[in-house]
Design a protein around this ligand. Sequence first.
Ligand code: PHE
Length: 454
Amino acid sequence: MSVPDRGMWSSRLGFVLAAAGSAVGLGNIWGFPTQVGRGGGAAFVVVYLLCVFLVCAPILIAELAIGRRGKKDPAGSFDAIKPGTSWRFVGLLGILAGVGILSFYSVIAGWTIAYIYFTVTGAVAGSPDAIGQFFGDFVANPVLVIGLTFVVLAVTAGIILGGVRGGIERMTKILMPGLLLLLVALMLRALTLPGAETGLAYYLRPDASKLYDIQVINAALGQAFFSLSLGMGAMITYGSYLGPRESVVRAAAWVVVLDTAVALMAGFIIFPAGFTIPGFDPSTSGPGLIFTVLPRLFSTMPGGELFGGAFFVMLTMAAITSTISLLEVPTSYLIDSRGWTRKRAVLTLAGLTFVLSIPSALGNGAVPFFSSLPGVGMDFLSLMAVIWNNFALPVGGFFIALFVAWAWKPANAIAELQTGGTFPGAAFWAFLIRWVCPVAIGIIIIFTVRDLLR
Ligand code: PHE
């Protein structure tokens, strides 16, 4: 059988930007600050960093190794390494998670597009109550929200129709540097606001009692997982487009550093800026924090329309580089394992995801049934987020660690990782992937299930 041309990154920089683009998204920019707020500030940051470096970075390396060895979509890659085993179901779970996550993620990404316009034109202004009311009315507008979700999916599909090099890599090469520049500019603006010290103290001075709080640890590990795009094979897919001569471990280190830097920078924007608003409460939930608190801040600042417009442009860019990777995972499956053409795969999946996204789009006030599901006590979008983020991703990550640790064997993975580059600390990585990752993730899963059953 001839091997079809699957596409490949043109350079390590291209790969690093695409993988970092996948990792950096709504999870970093509104998810991370929100979790910091819920977790009581700096203590969450400390625990989060431990989770990133001890649990998630090793899994990222594992996913990239599986992808580069298997050279296929997630299901196909497991099958290539251990043919005829049930490990391919771990890949299939990830492929489902890609569609599931994309279906609600694209709704929120649609909101961020609208807020570029609302902020630049000064449409969101006035008292905190008026801004909250504006947000509530906007997300309950079915035509607008569904239309914007469609735009997000159409743009995403359009980009990945161009393939690995011409589509994904070309876009992220433009988007990622732009995003980093904007973040630095916004951070400098926030840090020089009068009164920025209050937010900085909150963000940087840990409350030691929270360091041992299992809820905080649990939330930090889950957030690290989602933020680094782990557990669903996005990094297996992107790793499968890596050439044999690239240093995977160095590329992985770059992804971890960039993702963590963006999350930390988002905190350096939101907390110093947020605490200059009288009565600011950092425990405000995700959509609330970004879409209701920040526009008020922008509207009371000199040059606020530009500052705010730039912020939502940045958030949209970050979201699109993540939706690209979410759609690329099931697309690669249909191409590699099912023999579809890229065009047919992309259009079918985008259409399917659009249909699936409708209940999430209508669940924020437009349709009462989806806004508060009977017997569930939450809206459809939140339910999707719980199912996929809190459950499917950790389960996937748990099995990915088990696969490398006990089926493929760390020595084989290390050999794969050492073609094309050195792997300093390989023995330590093997220890983490065998013991630390499965145990830590096992604990997340147990707590997630316990929470769901309560
Ligand atoms: N990491 C992305 C974010 O932080 C979300 C994502 C999860 C993307 C899983 C791909 C796969 O927004």
